[in-house]
Design a protein around this ligand. Structure first.
Ligand code: FES
Ligand code: FES
Length: 213
């Protein structure tokens, strides 16, 4: 009988050392965090091509129905799936970005029933029946939302990674109580971080839309 077959450490005569324990935990941790959670999706009744793990059995899968950018979406997801991962990994709506995955950067901002939220901080299964809007549902080339057009006009981005979250927040801000000054806009946009420091242009873009409205 081999010692390693029982998960015991040969070098220490079967004793599990702190080092061997941590290396096992570390390997397991990587497997858990790196593997996408399995999910299936249908959009307006048609299977979504990018469903992850569609051929696999989904342990403890839960069905949910959402409206995403005006389309009815039926999902079967692992209950641990965040709304962000559901949108990106299951529905291939990759315009919504994952920055920190901890509610600190705003890159994952979407609208739920008209209000902005960080989609990395909420589980998909909590949104049964909700109306979700992502950057893909705001406008499209040739028919941009005024906020998207204003960001383009004012160069409100550099690398662009934060931009969809900035724009989703900025559009939501239009319906929120906000004073007229640049400082007021900065305060309400403070949950959206831009590592490139495009803040002056972002504020200018938002102020132009507010003034035109
Ligand atoms: Fe959600 Fe950073 S990815 S707040
Ligand atoms: Fe690069 Fe904002 S444009 S992070």
């Amino acid at each position: 009988m081999h010692g390693e077959d029982n998960g015991r450490d040969k070098e220490t005569g079967g004793r599990v050392t702190r080092r061997s324990f941590l290396s096992q935990i570390g390997a397991a941790g990587v497997a858990v965090t790196a593997a996408p959670l399995a999910a299936r999706a249908q959009i307006n009744g048609t299977p979504a091509q990018a469903s992850t793990g569609a051929a696999e059995r989904i342990e403890n899968a839960m069905p949910i129905t959402l409206s995403v950018n005006g389309k009815t979406v039926r999902l079967e997801v692992d209950p641990r799936t965040t709304l962000l991962d559901g949108l990106r990994e299951t529905l291939s709506l990759t315009g919504t970005k994952k920055g920190c995955d901890h509610g600190q950067c705003g890159a994952c901002t979407v609208h739920v029933n008209g209000r902005r939220i960080n989609s990395c901080l909420t589980l998909a299964i909590m949104h049964e029946g909700d109306a979700i809007t992502t950057i893909e549902g705001l406008g499209e080339p040739g028919n941009l939302h005024p906020m998207q057009a204003s960001f383009v006009e004012h160069d409100g981005y550099q690398c662009g990674y934060c931009t969809s979250g900035q724009i989703m927040s900025a559009v939501a801000l239009l319906k929120e109580p906000c004073g007229p000054s640049d400082a007021d806009v900065k305060e309400l946009m403070s949950g959206n971080i831009c590592r490139c420091g495009a803040y002056p242009n972002i504020v200018a873009a938002i102020q132009q839309v507010r003034q035109r409205a």
